[in-house]
Design a protein around this ligand. Sequence first.
Ligand code: AMP
Ligand code: MN
Ligand code: MN
Ligand code: MN
Length: 307
Amino acid sequence: MFTTIEKVYHDQEGHGSALRYDLHMHSLASDGVLEPRALVERVAEAGIDVMALTDHDTTDGVEEAIKAGSEHGIRVIPGAEISVSWMGGLLHILALDIDIYDPTLKQGLELQRARREERAVAIGARLATAGVEGCLEGARTFSSGPSIGRSHFAADLVERGFAKDKAAAFRKYLRPGKPGYVSCQWASLAETVNWIKSAGGRAVIAHPARYSLTMTKMGWLCEEFKALGGDGIEVVSGTHSAHDNTMAAGIARRFDLLASKGSDFHDPRQTWLSFGSLPPLPENLTPVWHDWGHAAMATGRRAGRLG
Ligand code: AMP
Ligand code: MN
Ligand code: MN
Ligand code: MN
């Protein structure tokens, strides 16, 4: 019987059974609906070997997830999903295999959460002006972690009958141009990569097909990201179509970016592909986990600091 770390080495050497990776998931620490422990239990049931917890602008669930992972034989990679303002739009950058105790990263994420808090107050005020009262209080009842977001507003709008589901709540109230939309100045791409590098992690562009960028702009993004020290791109995403995955694989090859894979799991009721059902990475790509024999060991040592 192999331990997970031995399995990672075995896989890397190419003569073991392939490990199953899912490097993008949310818990109640941000806008997921499961406690980190419950999430890890589901991941174990789905047969995933290595998972990353990547909550929005927080690592608060990571310690609990690592503890649960060690009980279930799952290697939990510490992560986060960082909101970035880039060329007037919003990007999500995944931080993978980070030292969650790194002071630079911690300070950066604290700043991001302060921006989220300020934005939440402004969203509540805007919705009240539009005639929907009590949204901030409602959103807070759904946000049990430190990172409040639009998803918590959507949950409240659904519960109180203002929208039939979360997608409708986003469409009617929370998207740009809608009454509850508040623009926000998030971290820059340079700051974000800097925080991730300071914490010894890998920076990965999340779900690239979701930004509606032209190929020209996508090229600028990849070039800038690489020049700043960015590492990879999420090729297979639960929120991508098969065509999107193929497009992202082409970008990874063209810009020599490492390839990642993740479900973007939030909720067992979500409509997109969940963990366990993601396709494998396309051929001719270097996985972001290609050298994680060592990274997994480092992560294990960090976990040891939890006592
Ligand atoms: P925020 O980071 O607070 O601006 O919220 C973004 C999050 O809202 C995403 O990570 C998704 O979890 C969620 N979200 C965005 N659009 C939708 C949608 N159309 N339906 C459901 N959830 C959405
Ligand atoms: Mn989310
Ligand atoms: Mn995202
Ligand atoms: Mn996500």
